[in-house]
Write a protein that binds this ligand. Structure first.
Ligand code: IPM
Ligand code: MG
Length: 355
């Protein structure tokens, strides 16, 4: 029997609702697959912790996570705390502290879900976007001077390193190679950003040579948004810098029907540290505490976690259960235009797993 040590960080807002639901679902899975079990440890980090301690997580918090097999994260964000504090104090601290440099975001139109794209069959939209997750526009390098004076200046430097670009592009080529279409689109903006993005393009040409069986193309990020809408079927696997990936994945999630469904893995491909899995939707304070959240984004993130842990049967079982449940409009939450409550969805998933 394999026992997995899983850290649960519900964080803020609806994260506090969806993570316990996900733990219930994983416990059910463990009951059905006697080869696996989960040992959960929950951490109360986030906005409330900040109000008490002045930090989003303890100084030595990473040490408590270091030996876990994986981390399930809800969301971070609080109406009373500036966003850059909640982000850098928790999620980015973990992503960067554990060098989870590949942010993997699959997008599909699940059965029963409507895409806002007219004339788009579900099979025409099946993407995985790999977002660079350790540097680029989110490097944190920059500063402010002369605050409050007319001479005030502020900078955010986008840092691209050869090591950082090579590793994330190689990861994306590998992922593309593992998918049936074997196609990678490299997102760039080298027409306007003539240093870092030009190096990014050059490195793509170099890494592509390691993958002769993968076809690839290059797309400017602005043109990519139009292509996602007009020719979704021309896209398969995508690699983009941190900010470009951030923007394109929100568009992708919306095109697949709802931000409430979309999952993410913050992956350390070398497995030196635990990887972290989370729904894409954020804390959604407007609906928190009402039981309205869509837990599917978290459940799909758990699927990614199980896949990362190498648990093929459990991965398949949970994904099949999710697809069964989304097929039924009576089980659609409000973000999907339905009236189902979060608990209805969880119960239905648990029932499907037992089948
Ligand atoms: C995401 C989110 C975050 C990001 C926000 C909450 C800062 O949008 O995971 O895509 O930009 O990284
Ligand atoms: Mg985002």
């Amino acid at each position: 029997m394999k026992k997995y040590q899983i850290a649960l960080i519900p964080g803020d807002g609806i994260g506090k609702e969806v993570i316990p639901e996900c733990a219930r679902v994983l416990k059910t899975l463990a009951k059905c697959y006697s080869k696996i079990s989960f040992d959960f440890q929950e951490f109360d980090w986030g906005g409330d912790y900040y109000r008490q301690h002045g930090v989003m997580m303890p100084e030595d918090g990473l040490d408590a996570l270091r030996n876990k097999d994986a981390i399930l994260f809800g969301s971070a964000g609080d109406p009373d705390i500036p966003d850059h504090i909640t982000l850098w104090g928790l999620r980015l601290k973990i992503c960067q502290g554990f060098d989870q440099y590949a942010n993997v975001r699959p997008t599909r139109i699940l059965p029963g879900i409507k895409s806002p794209l007219r004339q788009c069959e579900p099979h025409q939209l099946d993407w995985v976007i790999v977002r660079e997750n350790s540097e680029g526009e989110y490097s944190g390098v920059g500063g402010r001077a002369h605050q409050g004076h007319p001479t005030e200046v502020a900078t955010d430097m986008s840092i691209l390193t050869r090591v950082g670009v090579e590793r994330v592009q190689r990861f994306a080529f590998n992922l593309a190679q593992s998918r049936p279409r074997k196609h990678l689109t490299v997102i760039t903006k080298s027409n306007a950003q003539r240093h870092g993005m030009v190096m990014w393009d050059e490195i793509a040409v170099q890494i592509a040579k390691e993958f002769p069986d993968v076809t690839w193309d290059k797309e400017l990020v602005d043109a990519a948004t139009a292509r996602m809408i007009n020719r979704p079927e021309s896209i398969d696997t995508v690699v983009a810098t941190n900010l470009h990936g951030d923007i394109l994945t929100d568009l992708a999630a919306a095109l697949a029907g709802s931000l409430g469904i979309a999952p993410t893995g913050n992956i350390d491909p070398e497995r030196r540290y635990p990887s972290m899995f989370e729904p894409i939707h954020g804390s959604a304070f407007d609906i928190m505490g009402k039981g309205l959240a869509n837990p599917i984004g978290t459940f799909w993130s758990a699927v990614m976690m199980l896949e990362h842990l190498g648990e093929k049967d459990a991965t398949k079982c949970l994904m099949t259960a999710i697809e069964k449940v989304t097929t039924n409009p009576a089980l659609h939450t409000r973000d999907l235009g339905g009236t189902a409550m979060m608990k209805d969805v969880t119960e239905a998933i648990i029932k499907e797993i037992h089948l």
